[in-house]
Ligand binder design. Structure first.
Ligand code: ADP
Ligand code: MG
Ligand code: MG
Ligand code: MG
Ligand code: MG
Ligand code: MG
Length: 664
């Protein structure tokens, strides 16, 4: 969940006069880091995943599955586990931990939801293909260790969204009534928020800055018996405790939608993220750009969250829910009122898809950055004056249009240019689908890293490992062949919307680049050959056709498994296969890797289901489902039990497993 400073946080009104100062200091720290680290070379490939878990508590008497709010106790228990300490130290932590090399035991972290846990490998994985085979066992170990430190009726579940978060009645263990002073939500109690002061402050300050509660409306899935038109019956219009209670009287809840009104609906969702280190800054910028168009594709392929607040929705993914859940833009910034107090009209939430490419590779054409973005020009000038190039300065100047949301008074008093706290304050609350991570200041050991952030967490560790391994192999393939996946960034944004649609993985098409090999030109015999030097034609040179000719709409099956015909897109999996053929890899490793790639292949061609489809079908075929889109507590209990079984490997080979992995 990014940076967790300790200290005295300021309310939004107190923080407001300091935001420019924090930003300026953040830019000074960034420039300092960049100057020190821009020449860093030969960092090795290290990488790691982050998996988030829901902690579920069963009440066997009432056959109910609830969210357990014991995150802190579980982390404390993990911290005091002597056996784990001996094994290299599980470091359950509120703070950022720098994993020590050789630390074999996973690391557990707190997350936004008091019902969540995050776990990472104890130390990043190394860069060999054999290292990839340690991923799934590591993930399985994390799940086992987490479970060992929970109560008998508790279990970790890797489900992206808890189906009954925010339903009227009991959905947490213990129960707390909703409508507390921090989130002021009609549906969730403040007690679901991690009590570490950063999180309630973040929640309250987003609300205060915005001037109303966040508004999250997700289209309901109309089933046979769903009331049409659907007006979310869980919304109370007659509360007068807080000014924000007027939101719903002012139309916050949209017809035909499930309405949610708190940060926890988004930040309480679980995801799978991958961070990897590049050999230098330029390689990191290349990978940032090249993986950017993959964000929406992998979101659709990993889709796992069709249910929110007890209703089946018509979307399959969490992304837009989180985006709206932390949208701190004022009415002015959303373009609803003329600019007066604020500086910019901003089209996107601070949690949204990437809006600008940053690499200086020859394959980049300026036309790909086809979206005009807001920038903090005075701060950009400082970066340019400090020697930073335009595309990178633009990237950071774009992040720095946002205000810091949580300001600690200690951090204001003690400014240290050799730290990165002010920089991270802005950086880590810009939740874009890729993150460009500079080395933390002063730490020579850590290089330039890129984070891939769009994926939903999968029900099984086999799937989580497969998705992680796929992304890592893709980065190796991109670098090895100099692949070019650029499409105009506006098309990535459009793809992100498409990815949310129900069953987008099989039913929709996405913009994707047709010719991904480095620039080719026709030789005299008319055959295409790769140009021998890496000097591509200069951007926009006349021999390059219009950008619109470079991409087309493809299904995910075509993107992954290829198109037929000699001119068809070869498919990412065959590119990865070629890469694997070109390197020295023992048979055993190759066979094991094939298992994981096969998941991607079969998910893409519809042989195996997404978790979203599996969950949707599970609910719709449950005997207690009334075909009215509602997921009642009995269905929820059975669903969570089934998900737990799958996650723990117990379901392997059963009908459950077949439901997910064998379409009949
Ligand atoms: P955040 O929450 O800010 O994204 P985390 O520390 O939770 O970051 O997770 C980062 C991931 O990056 C972990 O899986 C960790 O193992 C991995 N990692 C740590 N150090 C490096 C490094 N030098 N290079 C690449 N990955 C790293
Ligand atoms: Mg996390
Ligand atoms: Mg993390
Ligand atoms: Mg984080
Ligand atoms: Mg995170
Ligand atoms: Mg992360």
């Amino acid at each position: 969940m990014g940076l967790l400073s300790l200290g005295t946080p300021l309310s939004w009104e107190e923080a407001k006069p300091l935001v420019d100062l924090i930003r300026e200091r953040g830019i000074e720290q960034l420039l300092n880091i960049w100057k020190k680290a821009k020449g860093k070379e030969r960092d090795i490939l290290l990488w790691g995943d982050e998996i988030e878990y829901l902690v579920v508590a069963y009440d066997e008497n009432s056959k109910d599955a609830r969210l357990s709010l014991r995150q802190a106790e579980i982390l404390k228990d993990l911290a005091h586990d002597k056996e784990l300490q001996k094994a290299g130290g599980c470091v359950p932590s509120l703070q950022k931990v720098t994993p020590r090399a050789g630390q074999q035991c996973p690391t557990f972290h707190a997350e936004y939801g008091r019902f969540m846990l995050e776990a990472t490998p104890g130390a990043p994985y190394g860069g060999t293909l054999r290292d990839l085979l340690t991923v799934e066992p590591d993930m399985k170990k994390r799940r086992v260790i987490a479970k060992q430190h929970m109560a008998d009726n508790e279990t970790p579940v890797t489900m992206t969204s808890f189906p009954r978060l925010g339903v009227p009645g009991v959905f947490t263990q213990p129960y707390y009534p909703p409508h507390g002073p921090i989130a002021r939500s009609l549906f969730v109690p403040d007690e679901i928020i991690n009590p570490h002061i950063r999180f309630p402050t973040l929640t309250a300050n987003i609300r205060s800055r915005r001037g109303s509660k966040v508004r999250i409306n997700m289209p309901v899935f109309y089933d046979e018996q769903t009331a049409k038109p659907f007006n979310d019956p869980t919304v109370s219009h007659d509360l007068f405790d807080y000014p924000e209670d007027a939101d719903v009287r002012n139309g916050a809840a949209k017809e035909g939608h499930v309405y949610m009104d708190a940060m926890g609906f988004g930040m309480g969702a679980c995801c799978l993220q991958i961070t990897f280190q590049a050999k230098n800054i330029s390689e990191a910028r290349t990978l940032y750009d090249q993986l950017c168009p993959l964000g929406p594709i992998m979101l659709a392929l990993s889709a796992a969250s069709p249910v929110f607040k007890g209703y089946l929705t018509d979307i399959d993914c969490r992304w837009n829910v989180i985006s709206a859940a932390v949208d701190d833009r004022t009415e002015e910034e959303r373009g609803l009122k003329p600019l007066h107090e604020n500086r910019y009209v901003i089209p996107k939430s601070r949690y949204d898809s990437v809006s600008t490419y940053i690499s200086q590779d020859p394959g980049f054409r300026p036309e790909y950055n086809d979206v005009e973005i807001q920038q903090n020009f005075p701060l950009k000038q400082k970066l340019l004056d400090g020697g930073m190039d335009e595309p990178l300065a633009k990237h950071f100047a774009h992040l720095f249009i946002r205000d810091p949301l949580v300001v600690f008074s200690e951090s204001v008093k003690n400014f240290d240019i050799n730290m990165n706290d002010n920089f991270e304050n802005i950086q880590s609350t810009n939740w874009q689908h890729m993150r460009f991570k500079p080395p933390p200041s002063g730490e020579d050991a850590i290089g330039w890293r890129v984070e891939f952030r769009s994926m939903e967490v999968q029900l099984t560790d086999f799937e989580n490992a497969a998705f992680s391994i796929f992304i890592v192999l893709l980065t190796r393939t991109i670098l090895s062949y100099g692949l070019n996946f650029y499409i105009p960034i506006s098309k990535v944004t459009e793809n992100m919307e498409t990815a949310h649609r129900r069953d987008a993985v099989l039913s929709d098409r996405f913009y994707f680049r047709k010719q991904v090999f480095p620039h080719r030109h026709a030789n005299r015999s008319g055959k295409e050959t790769a140009s021998t030097n890496s000097g591509h034609s200069s951007p926009g040179s006349p021999e390059m056709g219009p950008v619109e000719d470079e991409y087309c709409l493809m299904t995910i099956n075509e993107i992954m498994n290829g198109q037929s015909g000699p001119d068809g897109f070869p498919g990412l999996l065959s590119l990865i296969e070629s890469y694997l053929n070109s390197v020295n890899v023992d048979v055993e490793t190759r066979c094991e890797l094939a298992r994981y790639l096969d998941l991607i292949r079969k998910r893409s061609n519809g042989t195996w289901e997404t978790a979203a489809t599996w969950i949707r079908n599970f609910i719709r075929s449950h005997p207690k489902y009334e075909k009215d889109s509602r997921v009642n507590s009995e269905i929820n209990y059975d669903l969570i039990k089934a998900a737990e079984k799958l996650g723990s490997g117990e379901g392997e080979g059963t009908e459950l497993w077949k439901g997910l992995f064998e379409r009949r």
